[in-house]
Design a protein around this ligand. Structure first.
Ligand SMILES: *[C@@H]1O[C@H](CO)[C@@H](O)[C@H](O)[C@H]1NC(C)=O
Ligand SMILES: *[C@@H]1O[C@H](CO)[C@@H](O)[C@H](O)[C@H]1NC(C)=O
Ligand SMILES: *[C@@H]1O[C@H](CO)[C@@H](O)[C@H](O)[C@H]1NC(C)=O
Ligand SMILES: *[C@@H]1O[C@H](CO)[C@@H](O)[C@H](O)[C@H]1NC(C)=O
Ligand SMILES: *[C@@H]1O[C@H](CO)[C@@H](O)[C@H](O)[C@H]1NC(C)=O
Ligand SMILES: *[C@@H]1O[C@H](CO)[C@@H](O)[C@H](O)[C@H]1NC(C)=O
Ligand SMILES: *[C@@H]1O[C@H](CO)[C@@H](O)[C@H](O)[C@H]1NC(C)=O
Ligand SMILES: *[C@@H]1O[C@H](CO)[C@@H](O)[C@H](O)[C@H]1NC(C)=O
Ligand SMILES: *[C@@H]1O[C@H](CO)[C@@H](O)[C@H](O)[C@H]1NC(C)=O
Ligand SMILES: *[C@@H]1O[C@H](CO)[C@@H](O)[C@H](O)[C@H]1NC(C)=O
Ligand SMILES: *[C@@H]1O[C@H](CO)[C@@H](O)[C@H](O)[C@H]1NC(C)=O
Ligand SMILES: *[C@@H]1O[C@H](CO)[C@@H](O)[C@H](O)[C@H]1NC(C)=O
Length: 754
């Protein structure tokens, strides 16, 4: 919270290597003396309120400068060409400012440049020569990240883009006014992982060379003027894609049959195009699809394939405004994580399948503008999460329920169905004939009813008074918890034999974990799950419950434990009861494997391959949490007992009770963590965060290093000798700097100390 100007006297520290003033409230200009500290290696003033320009000669006297973070300020003026004189420069982070003018081609002389982030400025390219910097950057052979979205770059993207270094992994040009075709040879950039060309005016079709980019994880071409059909060869090779966004273009033709080869897709958005033909059945073989499937606003025909029931992990399905016909498949009930289903404005017929009553987590359902018929299913009133329901303009008949969602006139719509009756008075529908009958009978029996009612009320008062004395009964009230289907206290109680200790798996600071069997909703088979019951009397346990639910709400990865459901209710003693139900991990925790019970004769030892595989699994989980989720999530309590192993010995990271979500993607921390006291586990938590309570991705990576060390040496880190003097530098020296260390190259989350 430092405010005011940066003191110019700082410029009198002639040996200063590192100047880091980020995340404060500093204002005014950077004093010119700062540009005179020729020893400077690292300069950060990111996330302040600084103004002014960077002087033209700012970089003439900074021969050792390697990294500049000046993002999220109010700097204006040009990016000075003198930057070429800071020849050691490897990282330039200038986004969220008001820099204008052209991007200086002199950047191409920075041979070590690997990170150039100039998004969200007012940088211009009007004429072809303004694009000269792209050809110049081709000389930066280390370039990995090039982001220049949300500027004022116009005109045609030069072909020289394809000549950029093959080490390039992230390229973003979104939110400019770039026209013309996507460079034909973009496929030369074979190591690209993220390519974002969205929100421009690109025309023509996807270049066929894209098929060479089989490291792509994210490809966004949304909101352009692309047209033509998608060549099956172009997309079929992109087998590592997690996200494919082609929405809001004018693509046409059938969806390529090769789409089913994209087995790692988590989200697919093809909305707002002119795709025709049926929904390919193979699409529903992509079991990874979990975040979003959007086919809306196209011209797709035929019926919705039965195979849609394979989408067990999918949360959003949108196929509105197409020409889909036939019935809603009854397999839809198997999509148990579904929260939003939009099928409005199609030509669907028949009734709403009863299997949809299994969609306990459904929040929004829009079936309006179809030709659906039959009764309005009563089970819709029982879906507690449902808060938007639109059944307008169909051919439903019969009684409109008046409970659940049907009790709230603003939450649902039923207009344009001619033969319906009943419902809440706000709907002004005619009463149903059975209600009419009731009314007639009522008028006859009113005196008798009044007398009887008086007696009943007296009896009830007596009963109530006696009930208040006994504490034994109370009705469990299940309240809703955003985003997860809920289960009830009673169900959990039954399934764990009253939380008996024979089902106990373990106990931690905030909760106790039980194993239990549940019957799958489809009936028949049972499966094992783990139930974590929160010890709410422990301070912080409630926060930990919310943290865990929030953290896992938007996360899906093969190396994370899967949350099945959550329960927030009242137990039979009237106390708050909170529990989370997870996938059960038959092989227990890594802790059990590293330090088995000495009496356990059957204890097995992990071999080297298994150890390395587990470490990689954990690293993948961390990489996903830090860099690829909705918002960066820090686990903050990585240790062997939180690494769980499934039947195949695949490691799943669990226990997100201390997790932190970084909001405003990769900038400031969500909230102060001081109130929580010390987080994490002694031995595993990095020293600096015990002292200042500062949470950063570095904490996770430190813990990962300790975990790796423990797996190699077999020693527990509580041994003080083990961790004495251990620093990240020491880790690097030990060579423990694999995948997880790479996460550290994401400098917005992570300062590049090593
Ligand atoms: C930031 O500084 C400005 C003046 O420079 C002041 O008005 C404002 O209150 C400060 N904000 C915070 C959060 O300290
Ligand atoms: C920078 O340093 C040079 C010599 O070292 C000195 O002459 C000059 O005045 C300094 N500039 C500023 C703005 O301090
Ligand atoms: C680099 O510095 C020299 C003087 O040291 C200066 O003459 C030259 O113009 C600078 N280069 C740029 C591109 O500004
Ligand atoms: C790239 O480097 C070569 C030789 O190292 C040089 O001739 C060429 O001018 C440079 N190109 C740009 C655009 O800087
Ligand atoms: C790409 O580089 C090659 C070799 O350096 C050169 O011949 C070619 O003209 C360049 N292409 C473009 C479009 O700049
Ligand atoms: C597209 O880019 C324009 C200009 O940068 C911006 O105003 C608009 O919000 C962007 N739209 C989206 C959806 O990002
Ligand atoms: C698909 O990727 C492989 C491996 O990189 C490559 O050899 C092949 O040429 C690609 N196929 C097409 C059609 O580009
Ligand atoms: C989908 O998967 C099933 C079983 O894995 C397989 O039998 C079927 O052929 C696949 N469908 C397509 C279209 O690939
Ligand atoms: C329900 O759907 C109809 C037709 O699609 C639409 O006009 C109406 O606005 C929707 N109602 C609500 C409340 O969104
Ligand atoms: C709706 O379905 C009925 C049969 O269920 C059919 O007679 C009618 O023509 C359909 N209406 C439209 C507009 O398709
Ligand atoms: C709705 O829930 C109530 C009470 O939980 C239950 O009695 C009723 O059978 C349910 N109705 C449907 C249609 O599932
Ligand atoms: C009714 O539904 C609206 C929209 O979903 C919601 O904002 C409102 O809180 C609901 N009212 C009640 C009493 O549940």
């Amino acid at each position: 919270m430092l405010s005011g100007a940066i003191p110019s006297s700082l410029g009198r520290l002639p040996n200063l290597l590192w100047l880091s003033l980020g995340y404060n409230n500093l204002s005014g200009a950077v004093p010119t003396t700062i540009w005179n500290i020729s020893s400077l290696v690292f300069f950060s003033v990111q996330q302040n309120m600084l103004t002014g320009t960077i002087p033209p000669n700012a970089f003439d006297a900074l021969p050792y400068l390697q990294s500049i973070y000046i993002d999220h300020n109010r700097f204006h003026g040009q990016i000075p060409a003198s930057i070429a004189n800071a020849s050691e420069m490897s990282l330039l982070q200038l986004y969220y400012n008001f820099f204008d003018g052209v991007v200086p081609p002199e950047l191409g002389r920075l041979r070590n440049l690997y990170w150039l982030q100039i998004s969200v400025n007012l940088l211009q390219a009007r004429e072809p020569r303004d694009w000269g910097f792209v050809a110049a950057l081709a000389n930066c052979s280390q370039l990995e990240v090039l982001e220049m979205g949300a500027n004022k770059l116009e005109g045609v993207l030069p072909d020289s883009l394809s000549n950029l270094s093959t080490s390039l992994m992230h390229l973003s040009l979104s939110g400019n006014e770039i026209s013309g075709i996507i460079p034909r040879d973009i496929g030369n950039l074979v190591n690209l992982q993220n390519l974002d060309l969205s929100n421009n005016s690109f025309t023509s079709t996807l270049p066929s060379s894209l098929s060479r980019l089989n490291n792509l994880v994210e490809l966004y071409v949304t909101e352009n003027k692309m047209s033509g059909s998608i060549d099956p060869w172009t997309v079929g090779n992109l087998t590592n894609l997690n996200n494919l966004g082609l929405s809001k273009n004018a693509f046409s033709g059938r969806l390529p049959s090769t789409i089913l080869k994209l087995a790692k897709l988590l989200a697919l958005d093809l909305s707002g195009n002119s795709f025709t033909g049926p929904i390919p059945k193979g699409l529903f073989n992509i079991s990874a699809l979990s975040v979003n499937l959007d086919l809306s606003h196209n011209n797709m025909e035929g019926s919705i394939p039965q195979e849609i029931g394979n989408m067990k992990n999918l949360v959003v399905i949108n196929a509105e405004s197409n020409k889909l016909t036939g019935a809603i498949p009854d397999t839809l009930g198997e999509c148990q994580l579904l929260q939003n289903l939009f099928l409005q404005n199609n030509i669907l017929t028949s009734t709403i399948p009863s299997s949809m009553s299994q969609l306990k987590g459904l929040e929004s359902l829009d079936l309006s503008g179809n030709n659906l018929s039959g009764q309005i299913p009563k089970f819709l009133a029982n879906i507690t999460m449902l808060n938007y329901l639109n059944l307008s303009f169909n051919s439903f008949i019969g009684e409109v329920p008046n409970v659940g969602i049907f009790a709230n006139a603003t939450a649902f719509s039923i207009r344009g169905n001619d033969k319906i009756c009943g419902g809440i008075p706000d709907l002004h529908l005619p009463p149903c004939s059975s209600q009419l009958e009731n009314k007639r009978q009522k008028s006859l029996v009113i005196p008798i009813v009044t007398l009887a009612a008086s007696i009943v009320i007296l009896l009830l008062i007596c009963l109530f008074l006696s009930w208040r004395k006994s504490t034994s009964t109370k009705i469990p009230a299940t309240t809703s918890l955003q985003g997860h289907p809920l289960t009830s206290y009673a169900q959990l109680l039954r399934a764990t034999n009253g939380f008996s200790t024979t089902n106990l798996l373990g106990s931690g600071a905030f909760g106790t974990v039980f194993k239990r069997n549940i019957e799958s909703q489809a009936g028949g088979s049972t499966c094992h799950v783990a139930v974590k019951v929160l010890k709410l009397q422990t301070p912080g346990a409630f926060k930990s419950f919310i943290a865990e639910c929030e953290a896992l709400r938007n996360l899906r990865h093969r190396n994370l434990v899967k949350i099945i459901t959550a329960c927030s209710s009242i137990d039979n003693r009237g106390n708050d009861f909170k529990a989370i139900v997870f996938e059960f991990m038959p092989n227990g925790s890594l802790e059990d494997w590293l330090h088995p019970d000495t009496n356990d004769e059957t204890a097995k030892c992990l071999n080297l391959l298994e150890r390395v595989t587990i470490l990689l699994d954990v690293a993948y989980a961390l990489d996903y949490l830090h860099c690829h989720g909705h918002a960066p999530v820090l686990h903050c309590d990585l240790k062997p007992s939180n690494v769980l192993l499934d039947t195949e010995m695949v490691a799943h990271l669990g226990d997100f009770g201390l997790a932190k979500i970084l909001v405003e993607t990769n900038s400031i921390l969500q909230q102060s963590t001081r109130s929580m006291g010390f987080r994490g586990t002694i031995g595993y938590a990095p020293p600096e965060y015990g002292a200042g309570n500062m949470v950063s991705a570095q904490s996770d990576i430190y813990s990962y290093g300790i975990l790796a060390l423990e797996m190699v040496t077999g020693k527990k880190p509580t041994d003080s000798k083990f961790i004495e003097g251990l620093s990240l530098r020491r880790f690097a020296e030990l060579g423990l700097s694999g995948k997880a260390m790479d996460v550290g190259r994401h400098p917005a989350v992570f300062e590049p100390r090593e």
